[in-house]
Design a protein around this ligand. Structure first.
Ligand SMILES: C[S@@+](CC[C@H](N)C(=O)[O-])C[C@H]1O[C@@H](n2cnc3c(N)ncnc32)[C@H](O)[C@@H]1O
Length: 194
């Protein structure tokens, strides 16, 4: 019981942030990219991305559902962006991941952290993954981090979409939500050029 608690607390307070810093390192951003975070919530990943984009833009889309994250509100994320000094390059939009309010090919990087599993039905998750690819420019990079049995489904869905370099891997104990039975995986891919 104590181990479960410690692992959960570590994943929430430190593990998630440390792992995302490494995932962002892997992207080798230039600093002028257009980045979209699908289901940004209070901004843990969105703001980490914005810190790396002095000449770019970090956009967060969310429905701000309190049931999925405590204290979830656009105003809270906006305050967090201000506190981190990245407010000028952060844009927040209210929108559904199944119908993202952006044009095709608008983003260099699309991220999503622990959000798509909150969509309860498979068709909704399929639409969210398809939307993530739609708004990526050719050659743009996709990183989906999530829990649960639907993660392999994201790989299957992406296999039928215009992407290359598809990979799925576990993110290790730092993102175990209490134990290995609730582990986190990452799905990565690039939008096909041409
Ligand atoms: C567990 S929180 C994760 C927040 C943030 N990405 C992070 O890692 O800290 C899941 C987020 O997904 C959002 N969300 C769930 N379903 C959504 C949907 N259909 N469209 C937009 N956002 C959604 C929730 O409002 C919530 O902010």
């Amino acid at each position: 019981m104590a181990v479960t608690f410690v692992l959960y607390a570590h994943a929430t307070r430190r593990g998630k942030f440390a792992v995302w810093e490494e995932l962002l390192d892997e992207l080798e951003l230039r600093g002028d990219e257009q980045l979209l975070d699908l289901g940004c919530g209070r901004g843990a990943v969105l703001l980490a991305g914005a810190r790396r984009l002095p000449k770019g833009r970090a956009v967060g889309v969310d429905l701000w559902r309190g049931v999925d994250q405590s204290g979830n509100a656009q105003s809270a994320t906006s305050r967090n962006a201000q506190a981190e000094g990245v407010h000028s390059r952060v844009e927040l939009r209210t929108g559904d991941l199944r119908d993202v309010p952006f044009s095709e090919g608008e983003f260099d990087v699309v991220l999503s952290s622990l959000a798509i599993h909150n969509i309860k039905d498979v068709e909704g998750r399929r639409r969210a993954v398809a939307e993530a690819v739609r708004v990526l420019r050719p050659g743009g990079r996709l990183v989906i981090v999530d829990i649960g049995r639907s993660v392999p489904l994201y790989g299957d869905i992406l296999g039928a979409l215009p992407v290359s370099g598809l990979g799925v891997r576990s993110l290790g104990w730092r993102m175990w939500w209490g134990g290995p039975w609730m582990r986190t995986r990452v799905v990565t891919a690039s939008r096909t050029v041409g």
